[in-house]
Design a protein around this ligand. Structure first.
Ligand code: HXC
Length: 514
C-alpha cells in the first residue's frame, strides 16, 4: 500500500472514532443542552492548540457481550493544549460512548495524561461526564478509579487540578473531582452524587430528583463541593480561562504577571466601612478598592458567604484574598466558612501566592448546632492553615477582631508578616456589651439603675479596649493606618517580602484537623 492510501486509511480510522457514540447519542447529548466532549475541549482551549493522544485505544472487556461492542476512544478524549498560551493537560469523558463510564482502558488514558501533567508540571483539567465505574468491567473499573485518586493525591500541591462537571457524575466520577483544587458546575447540566436516586429509592424508599439530590445549585450553595457556578457551558469555560490566568502552572513557577493598574475610582476604601460596628457592608468593595483594576475573581461565592475568598492582582501579580463578610452572619467563622478559608489558604501556600487577610468579625459562631457540627475541629483548620503557611501573609484589621476570630484571622501570633489596623479597629477578647456584662456583673446587678450602670461600663470598656492602640502598643499590630494608605502599604509589604524564607522543623508532614 502506498503512502497516499495509508494516509487515506488513517483518515478513515480517525473519522470513525471522531463520531464518538454515533449520531443518535450525539443528538441526545445536544437535546440535553450539552456540547460533545470534543466540542468542549475545542471551546475551552486556544484555537488550534489541542493535540489528541490515544485516539485508537480500545477496550479489552469480554463479559456481558462487551466483546461485540466498539467503544470509540473507550469513551474519553485526552490531550494537551494551551489556554491564553499557558500549557495544560486535559481529558474529557464522552457521555455518548457508554455513558462516559470508566472501564480499564478509559482509566489508563486518564492516568496517562495525569502522569504527563505531573511530569511536565502543567495544570490538569478534567471534564467529567460519566456514569461512574463501568459495571461490565467489574473490579478493573474500580482499580481504574483507585489509580486516578492516587494520582490526584500525588499531584496535589504540585500542579493545579481543575475539574469540570458537565453531566450526571456518579460514584467514582465525583471522588476524583473532590480531590482536585477547583470544581466547576453548570446550571441544569451538572449532577454529582455518590449514590443516585434509584439506589436511594431502593435502599431508603425515598424519591428525589437528580437535580435536588446533587444539582449545580446544591453543590455551589449547600455542600461547597463546587467552587464555580455558571449558567451555561460557554460561561463556565470563560470562568476556567480566567482562573487559569490567575494561577501558576506549578508550585515552582510564579503566575503570569499582568500590566499593573490602579483600582477604579468608584471604590474608595475610606467610604465603604461604616463607623458603627453593627452596620454591615460588602467587604468585596474594600477588596476592589485595593486590587489592580478593581478586578476581584471570587471563589465559592454562593457557599459560606460569611467569608470571601478569591484572587486579585497587585502590581500585576496574583494575590489570594481572605476576608470576613459583615453582610452575612456579621462575618463570623463557622464550620463551613472555616473549611472554605482553610482550603484556600493551603492552595495559596502550596502555589506561592501571597495572602492578604481582611479582618472584621465578632468571633466564632456560638450555638448548639455549630458545636455539635464540630466547630472546634473545623475552626482549628483555619488556625492550622495560617500557621503552616509560609507565603507572605499580610493582615489588615478593618473593624472588629474579637476573641478567637482575632487570633485565627492571620494574626501576628500565627506569623503574619505585616499587620495593619485601621483606626476603626477594635481588638478585644469579645464585644463591649458581652464583656461588660461578664466582668461588671456584680456592679451592674447591685446598681440602683442597672441599665444606666451597664451603659456606663460598656462605654468604659469601649474606651479602654475597643481600639487598635492596645495591640499596637504591644507590637501585635505593626501600624495603625488610614484606609486610603492600605494599597500603598500592602504593595510595599509584598515587595519587601518577595524573598521571604522560613525555617520549619523537619517532619514528614503535619496532621491537620481534616
Ligand atoms: C456501564 C453505563 C453506566 C455504568 C451509564 N451507562 N452508566 N454503562 N456502566 N456505570 C450507559 C447506559 O447503560 C446507557 O447505555 C448509556 O450509558 C447512557 O445512560 P442512560 O442511563 O441512558 O443515561 P441517563 O438516563 O442520562 O442516566 C445517566 C445516569 C445513569 C444517571 C448516569 O446511567 C446511571 O444511574 N448510571 C449508573 C450510575 C452508577 O450507579 N454508577 C456506578 C457508581 S459505583 P446504552 O447502551 O443504553 O446507550 C462507582 C464505584 C467507584 O463508581 C467508587 C469509588 C469511590
Amino acid at each position: 500500500m502506498g503512502l497516499k492510501r495509508k494516509i487515506l486509511e488513517l483518515h478513515k480510522k480517525r473519522e470513525a472514532v471522531l463520531k464518538g457514540g454515533g449520531d443518535k447519542a450525539i443528538e441526545k447529548q445536544a437535546a440535553m443542552g450539552k456540547l460533545t466532549a470534543r466540542e468542549r475541549i475545542i471551546s475551552l482551549l486556544d484555537p488550534d492548540s489541542f493535540h489528541e493522544y490515544d485516539l485508537f485505544v480500545e477496550h479489552e472487556a469480554r463479559d456481558f457481550n462487551m466483546d461485540k461492542k466498539i467503544l470509540h476512544g473507550d469513551g474519553v478524549i485526552i490531550g494537551t493544549g494551551t489556554i491564553y498560551g499557558a500549557p495544560v493537560c486535559i481529558f474529557a469523558q464522552d457521555f455518548t460512548v457508554a455513558g462516559g463510564s470508566l472501564g480499564m482502558m478509559h482509566a489508563r488514558k486518564i492516568t496517562k495524561i495525569m502522569d504527563h501533567s505531573l511530569k511536565l508540571k502543567v495544570p490538569l483539567i478534567g471534564i467529567n461526564d460519566s456514569g461512574g465505574a463501568r459495571i461490565q468491567e467489574g473490579v478493573n473499573s474500580l482499580a481504574g478509579y483507585g489509580e486516578i485518586f492516587f494520582r490526584n493525591t500525588l499531584s496535589s500541591g504540585v500542579i493545579p487540578q481543575i475539574s469540570v462537571i458537565l453531566g450526571p457524575c456518579a460514584g467514582g466520577a465525583v471522588y476524583s473531582p473532590a480531590l482536585t483544587d477547583f470544581v466547576f458546575v453548570v446550571d441544569k447540566i451538572s449532577k454529582m452524587f455518590i449514590t443516585g436516586p434509584e439506589v436511594i429509592k431502593t435502599v431508603l424508599g425515598e424519591e428525589i430528583s437528580m437535580e435536588d439530590l446533587g444539582g449545580a445549585k446544591v453543590h455551589s450553595e449547600i455542600t461547597g463541593n463546587a467552587h464555580f457556578y455558571a449558567k451555561s457551558e460557554a460561561e463556565c469555560f470563560e470562568q476556567i480561562k480566567k482562573l487559569v490566568s490567575f494561577i501558576p502552572w506549578n508550585n515552582i513557577k510564579k503566575a503570569k504577571a499582568f500590566e499593573p493598574k490602579e483600582p477604579k475610582s468608584e471604590y474608595k476604601v475610606s467610604e465603604i466601612v461604616p463607623g458603627d460596628p453593627r452596620q454591615p457592608y460588602d467587604v468585596r468593595d474594600v477588596i476592589k478598592g485595593i486590587v489592580d483594576d478593581s478586578d476581584f475573581f471570587e471563589i465559592q461565592e454562593n457557599w459560606a458567604a460569611n467569608i470571601v475568598i478569591g484572587f486579585g492582582r497587585m502590581n500585576g501579580e496574583t494575590i489570594g484574598f481572605v476576608a470576613n463578610q459583615p453582610l452575612v452572619l456579621a462575618g463570623v467563622l463557622d464550620v463551613d466558612s472555616s473549611d472554605k478559608a482553610a482550603r484556600f489558604i493551603r492552595f495559596c501556600d502550596a502555589f506561592n501566592i501571597p495572602i492578604i487577610t481582611l479582618v472584621d468579625l465578632p468571633g466564632y459562631l456560638p450555638g448548639v448546632d455549630q458545636e455539635h457540627m464540630g466547630v472546634i475541629r473545623h475552626g482549628a483548620k483555619v488556625l492550622y492553615a495560617y500557621s503552616e503557611a509560609t507565603v507572605s501573609k499580610i493582615t489588615v484589621i478593618l473593624r472588629k477582631a474579637y476573641g478567637g476570630g482575632y487570633i485565627a484571622m492571620a494574626s501576628r501570633h500565627l506569623r503574619a508578616d505585616f499587620v495593619f489596623a485601621w483606626p476603626t479597629a477594635e481588638i478585644a477578647v469579645m464585644g463591649p456589651e458581652g464583656a461588660a456584662n461578664i466582668i461588671f456583673r456584680k456592679e451592674i446587678m447591685e446598681a440602683e439603675d442597672p441599665d444606666k450602670m451597664r451603659k456606663q461600663k460598656v462605654k468604659e470598656y469601649k474606651e479602654k479596649f475597643a481600639n487598635p492602640y492596645v495591640a499596637a502598643a504591644r507590637g501585635y499590630v505593626d501600624s495603625v493606618i488610614e484606609p486610603e494608605e492600605t494599597r500603598k502599604l500592602i504593595l510595599h509589604a509584598i515587595d519587601v517580602s518577595d524573598s521571604k524564607s522560613v525555617f520549619l522543623p523537619q517532619k514528614k508532614h503535619g496532621i491537620p484537623p481534616f
